[in-house]
Design a protein around this ligand. Structure first.
Ligand code: ZN
Ligand code: ZN
Length: 136
C-alpha cells in the first residue's frame, strides 16, 4: 500500500499500486493543469483506491470537450489530486502527491506529440542535490 496527500494535508488517500499502469502524459491539458512539462499518472482499478480524509475538499473540473480528462484539486492548497475515470473503473493517481515509493516506475510517455517545445530530458542536464552553488 502507498499513501498520498495534498500539500496542506487536508486530503489523504491510500492506494494499492500493484498492477498499476504508470506513465507520463505530455498532453496540453496535463501541461496546463500541472503547470509543468508533463503529468505523472499512476492508473489503478478504483477498488485499489481509498480516500482516507478530506474528500469533501477535493473539487473536480471537467473540461467540456474532454472525453476522459478531468482535473481534481484540493480547494485549500490547489494540489492536483487523483480523479476517477468517467466509467468509474479507474483512478488516475497524480503520482507527485504520493508520500512514499509505490514500487512501480513509469514505463512510457504518452501524447509526446503535444509536448512542450522547451522540454529537455533531465538526464541531459546537470543535477544538484538542492540549490545550485551561488553564482550559477
Ligand atoms: Zn490541500
Ligand atoms: Zn494528459
Amino acid at each position: 500500500m502507498s499513501k498520498g496527500s495534498c500539500l496542506c494535508g487536508a486530503v489523504e488517500y491510500e492506494i494499492d499500486p500493484s498492477g498499476g499502469s504508470f506513465q507520463y502524459c505530455h498532453c496540453t491539458r496535463c501541461r496546463k493543469t500541472s503547470g509543468t512539462a508533463h503529468a505523472a499518472n499512476l492508473v489503478v482499478p478504483s477498488a485499489q483506491f481509498t480516500w482516507l480524509r478530506g474528500e469533501a475538499s477535493v473539487r473536480q473540473y471537467t473540461h467540456a470537450s474532454a472525453k476522459r480528462f478531468c482535473n481534481a484539486f484540493c480547494t485549500e492548497c490547489g494540489s492536483k489530486l487523483p480523479w476517477r475515470s468517467r466509467d468509474g473503473r479507474w483512478m488516475i493517481v497524480t503520482a507527485g502527491t504520493l508520500d512514499d515509493d509505490p514500487g512501480l516506475r513509469p514505463v512510457r510517455s504518452i501524447f509526446a506529440s503535444s509536448g512542450a517545445p522547451w522540454y529537455q530530458e533531465p538526464a541531459t542536464m546537470p543535477a544538484f542535490e538542492t540549490l545550485p552553488p551561488r553564482g550559477d
